[in-house]
Each structure stands twice: as C-alpha cells, then as structure tokens.
Design a protein around this ligand. Structure first.
Ligand code: DGJ
Length: 719
C-alpha cells in the first residue's frame, strides 16, 4: 500500500512485514524509515535532519546534506558520502541539487530494455534540478506478500546541452545507525557464492564485478545485519540487483554514525551521454528487510523471486528431471553413446535428455564451432532427429545446449564476420577457453544469433534449452558505438543480452530455458527473470555442493538451483561420496543426472527410480517451501537444510556429515519452521515429536553413526 500525507509531506509504503517511509523537507527527499511495520501513531520525524554544523557545507535555507538520511544522494552540494548519482554537465560541472517536484502511481512499471520485477504497486517520485537541467524519477515498488521494496531510477536530461552520467546507481539506503556487519558472496569457478561477513568500518567498502557479467567472483547481493543477528533472529537489510552485467554495491560507515548502502551499474570506466530530452534507466535493486535473522532475509528474497521475478508460467510447475551427457561424454559422442544413455533413462523417472556442448559446427573440442548453430554432420550424420526420436520412443523430452553469445576464431561465423567479435582497436582480442565474445551491442549480430538459434528451435522438437556462457568479456569496445560515447559498453552488453532473451527465450514460451555460465557465474535476479533455474555450479561434488548451495541460498531460492548427481571420483575434485548423499544434495533443487547412465553400477542405477519418485513427491517443497538453514558447512562439520511447506503440513530435513570427529560431539539440530503446536511423524523412524520440541530442543539422532559425507534425510508429516 502506498500512502501520501500531504500535511506532513510523508510517503509511507506498507508491504507484508515492512514499512518504508520518506518525507520532503525544504524540497529534499529524506529517508525516514525502513523496517518492521509501524503505524500512523509512530513518530517518523525522529530521523529528520539535524542542524548543520559550522563545518558542513550547507545550502542556504536547507538542511546540511551531509547530516541527513537521503533517498537520492548526489554529489557536489554538501553530502560527502557515496552518491547514488553523478552527472557531468557540458561545462564539466558535477554539482547537482535535486528537489521534489511531484509524484505519481505507475501502472505495470517497466524499465526500458531491462528485466523488471512484476506485480505490486509502484510509486514514482520526481526530483528535478532546473539549474543543471536534469530530473530523476525514483521508482518504489511495494507488494503485499513480501517485506520488499524494489527500487530503480530514471534520469532525464531536461537541459539544452548534452550531459554525461558518471554514476547511475539504482538506489541508496541510509540507515540511521551503524555497527552492522556486511555479508557478501564471493567465489570462483566451481566454488561459487561463499558467504563472507565482516564488520562495517568507517569509510567505504565495496564489492563489484568488472566482467560484463554478474560473475562467480562476487555476487550482486549484499546484506547489512545487526552484530547480534544470526540465522533466526536479528535485524537484517539486503540488496540484490536485477542485473547481469558489471555491477557494484558499496557500503559506507559515515562520520555521523549512519550507514549508507548503494548499488547498481558499476561506474568503473563508465559514462553515458544523455542528449537533451533523453532518459536513462538504472536497473532494479531489490531491498529486503527481515527481523528474523539472515534466514528470514533469505526467505524474503526467495518469496520475492518466486512471486515477482521468475516467469509465472514455470515458477510452481514441476521441473524437468534431466540426464545431461556433459560429464558422461564431454565432446566425444556419437549416436550410439547417446542412445545408450537415453535407453538407460527409460522408466527411471528421468524425463528429459539434454545434449550438451559439441553437437554443432566443427566442434570436437572447445577450439572450434561456436557461432555455427548447425548440426555437426561428422558426429551426427543424420542430424538431431534420430536422437529426438530415440528420446520420444523412450518417453523422454529433448533438450539442447547453446552458447549464443560466443564465437570460436575457428568457425564459419568468424571467418565471415571477424568484426563481430568484441575487440579493441590495435589489440589482438584475448582468447579465453579458445573463444571470443560476440558484440551483442550490435543489432546485426543479435539478429544473426536470434535467427540461428530460433531456426534450430523451429526445425526440431526441442523442449528444453541450456543457455551457457563460458567466458568474461575483455577488450571492451564496439565498432558500432557512437565514437563520442564509448564508455557504456558493459551496460549496453546487458541491454543486448536482454534483447536476445526477449527474442529467443520469451519468443519460445513452450521451451523451458535453463541459465548457465561456466557453472554458476551469471547467477542474478536479471537472469532469473528469464530462466526459472540456473546451473548452480560446474562443481558436482556433493561436499562442495553443500557449501555452494548453502551460500547461493542466501539470496536465491532452491527452485532456482539446478543440482545434478554425478559419478565418483568426482570430475572436479576427485572426491568420493556415497551415491545416496549425492542424490540427497541434488534433491535440494531441480534435480537431474550428469553421468553415463548406461555405465552406472547396477545398485546405483536401481536407486534412481526410487530417488526420483521421492524427489517428485516432495518437489513442492523445492518449488515453494520455506528454507531454514540448520547447519553451516563453512563451520566444517555438517550441512543442514530444512524445507518446510508454507502451511507447515510437512517438511524435509537433509543433513550431511562433512567431517567425522573421532569420539565426537552430539548433534541435535533444532528445526524452526514447523508448527510449534502440532505433532509431527518422522516418516523414516516412526517417531513423533511436537513442533515446539523440534524447534526448541531439537531432533535426536544417531549422529555418531554417520561417516564422512554420509547424508541423513528425514521427512516430517503433521499428524
Ligand atoms: C560449462 C557448463 O557449466 C557445463 O555444464 C557444460 O555445459 C560446459 N560449459 C560445456 O562447454
């Protein structure tokens, strides 16, 4: 609900479990409150600006900008903290002074060329600087099912000459106090999204990506949490960007004891010229509040993703259970090898066979073929049809891998259009995985990609597509860009990418698209707007997956995390874990298999049908359940996830013992998330427990009996 009190010039946004308030003072849009719900009798004036000290720059007649909590902090008029916006005028001036001019309710809010969350109500507040000739629309979307405010901004040049945007963050959140910890997610290929918690110090701390991708090294997510906040209690504020290119989130402990969180498009080597009358949209930032600790914050992000980000056509629908041939064959396959996998899948509950990299162009390894989206007739002389027919004969659907943004120098596409690959004049473009990146900022390049991918989808019965992207962008430059305005490449790449998604993903609504980027290197809400699930990591080792899925769950729901069972010793790290553990961990997201089913030992093969039946029985917990993290694998001993149905009628607990201490300690996991006043049957043991017992005392179990990497799974049913 959005309310405006004219008398006090106060805006109050009320969502489920959250209030966000702003007020206008002397034209300045001040931040007043973001937190647990408050009402009209609560005093919102408490956070209003203090008088300027004599040391502060001040605008005559206005509050000192440096002292107050601001909604759209800018640079050059007395606020010395991190600005949200920086504009440079034709004379090189950077001062900006924004004053409130009006507001409106926007229906069906959409940002130009950018994925935007849907649903809820959107308030647009307009601020303007008539001297500089600039105006800014601040968008605030609030919904009645999540403690979330989604923010974004539109900058318009209302002046008579060009201006340059030097920074256009999506939002700034000023908190009235300090002493928070900052939580971010760092990682690398095959080790994505490790939570890192550090105290916020005075000054600016930032995380970013300069990779023209949201990246595996840092994720576009950050949380500010009270010092005392843990999994289940404490005030937490989160920010996640609906954006898939270079980004930055910065947090500042300010001199006056306040804390500012800002974020959006990375302003590193960034500038964008706006001609008179032109506008620029910054992507959305999703702001979440929870007083239920980091777990509550995650659940709010999960609910928001499922209700307002992921395509409703797929969000709560059973997901394909795939068998993918990548780790089974890599590039080395022919019909016979693929048929063997497909045949072995029949009757196991696996419903989709996915043909991964290597089916096209002259691809026999990673050095050739990318860009040529026609079947490799040396490997598959009769095309895809025999494979698709075989799938259909065995009751399976067919999925296919693409890497549409890439090109190998050894490809017909590159030989015909070498200038289509991104490269900087004078330099040999850098290869990574022996490939280059196509300049998707160019429409002719995008048209080629759209036509060549859509043609394959048109000509074949394809139910599922895995959209991969296996390198970061270097040598940023586009021959097609305005020579006087070349510093916006990373953002224009994002706009080109989203245009491809509109014209391929959205244009094929019957096809299920899974996102992927060398594992989970492009894992963000921008991608989730198009891809209901994303390959979480190339690391399929169950031990590492405990960590990766744990960290990923800070922001992203289990329904978004593709998880596959693979063989041991694991291809990425050589570890051997029990088959049951690999299944248990792979059942914590849309599941599948990444192995040669025809070569699986009989006793493992025999378990697949049963495992898949179990997965399907409780898939609703993956798709819509509440996640409670009950044991932190980064502490080294154990991993634990409890998935509870929203109505608390059932839950599933998955534990993995990571390291068996000799003569070790007891472990009695406490299980929040069930109805404290109900009784639950543990299906595996026949024992019954009160919900309150499970939450406050814990589940007794024979932890000592488990060895390294053993899993224990318990299902709870309300009786
Ligand atoms: C990286 C992906 O994450 C893998 O699953 C596989 O599709 C390879 N790319 C293929 O090149």
């Amino acid at each position: 609900m959005i309310a405006y009190d004219k008398k006090t010039a106060t805006f109050t946004l009320t969502g489920k479990g959250v209030t966000y308030a702003m007020g206008v003072t002397d034209g300045v849009l001040e931040h007043r409150y973001f937190g647990a719900p408050i009402g009209p009798s609560d005093d919102l004036s408490l956070y209003r600006g203090e008088a300027a000290t004599s040391f502060e720059a001040r605008v005559p007649g206005k509050l000192s900008q440096n002292q107050i909590l601001l909604e759209a902090p800018v640079y050059g008029r007395g606020d010395y903290r991190e600005p949200m916006l920086i504009l440079r005028g034709a004379e090189g001036e950077t001062a900006l002074d924004l004053a409130y001019t009006g507001h409106r309710i926007v229906k069906d809010h959409k940002l130009a060329g950018l994925p935007t969350s849907f649903g809820g109500e959107t308030l647009a507040i307009t601020l303007a600087d008539p001297v500089r000739g600039a105006s800014v629309d601040l968008f605030y979307t609030v919904c009645d099912d999540c403690p979330v405010i989604a923010r974004s901004a539109r900058i318009t040049n209302t002046g008579k000459s060009d201006c340059k945007i030097l920074r256009a963050y999506s939002a700034a959140l000023d908190l009235p106090d300090n002493g928070y910890d900052l939580i971010t997610l760092y990682g690398a290929w095959a080790r994505e999204r490790t939570p890192e918690r550090t105290p916020i110090r005075h000054g600016v701390t930032s995380v970013d990506s300069k990779r023209v991708s949201s990246s595996a090294s840092l994720n576009p997510f950050a949380a500010l949490v009270e010092k005392a906040a843990g999994e289940n209690a404490g005030r937490c504020y989160g920010m996640a960007l609906v954006y898939s290119s270079s980004w930055k989130i910065a947090c500042e402990g300010a001199q006056n004891g306040t804390t500012r969180l800002t974020g959006g498009i990375n302003d590193f080597a960034f500038a964008k010229t706006l001609a008179p009358g032109e506008s620029f949209d910054a992507p959305e930032a999703v702001l979440v509040f929870s007083s239920e600790g980091i777990g509550g914050l995650s659940r709010a992000f999960h609910d928001y993703a499922r209700a307002h980000i992921v395509n409703p056509a797929f969000v709560n629908k059973p997901r394909p259970i795939v068998v993918n041939n990548w780790e089974a064959t890599y590039f080395d396959f022919d019909y016979e090898r693929l048929f063997a996998i497909i045949d072995a899948a029949e009757g196991t509950g696996i419903d989709t066979f996915v043909l991964d990299d290597g089916w096209f162009g002259a691809r026999v390894n990673d050095s050739a073929g990318l860009g040529d989206w026609t079947v490799n007739r040396n490997k598959l002389p009769d095309g895809l049809k025999p494979i698709i027919d075989r799938c259909h004969a065995r009751g399976l659907k067919f999925g296919l891998w693409f890497e549409p943004e890439m090109v190998n120098p050894d490809s017909d596409l590159y030989r015909a259009h070498p200038d289509w690959a991104i490269g900087c004049p004078g330099y040999q473009p850098l290869l990574s995985r022996r490939q280059l990146v196509l300049d998707v900022t160019r429409k002719d390049v995008r048209d080629y990609i759209v036509e060549s991918v859509n043609r394959v989808l048109r000509e074949n019965a394809i139910d599922y597509v895995k959209w991969d992207s296996n390198r970061n962008v270097s040598d940023l430059w586009s021959s097609a860009a305005d020579p006087n305005d070349r510093e916006c490449f990373a953002h224009e790449y994002a706009l080109g990418l989203y245009d491809l998604f509109d014209r391929i993903v959205l244009a094929n609504p019957a096809v299920f698209f899974e996102g992927c980027s060398g594992g989970g290197s492009r894992y963000d809400f921008g991608m989730l707007r198009y891809f209901p699930q994303i390959w979480t990591s190339d690391d399929t080792d169950a031990g590492m997956r405990c960590m990766i899925q744990y960290g990923t769950s800070y922001c992203y729901p289990p329904s978004a995390m593709s998880c596959h069972v693979s063989v041991c010793p694991n291809h990425q790290n050589g570890r051997t874990t029990p088959f049951a553990t690999r299944c248990a961990v792979a059942h914590l997201g849309p599941t599948g298999y990444e192995l040669d089913l025809s070569k699986l030992p009989a006793e493992e093969k025999a378990q697949i049908g049963e495992q898949n039946a179990l997965y399907r029985r409780d898939e609703d917990l993956i798709l819509s359940g509440d996640l409670y993290r009950v044991a932190d694998p980064f502490e080294g001993r154990a991993f634990g996830f409890l998935l509870a149905a929203k109505d608390k009628s059932k839950a599933a607990l998955t534990l993995v013992k990571l390291f068996n201490l000799t003569n070790g300690e007891r472990f009695i996991p406490r299980l929040p998330g069930l109805d404290p006043a109900a009784d639950y049957l543990v299906e595996e043991t026949g024992a019954t427990f009160r919900g309150s017992t499970l939450a406050e005392i814990g589940l007794p179990l024979d932890w000592k009996a488990l060895r390294d990497f053993d899993a224990a799974v318990y299902h709870f049913k309300r009786i």
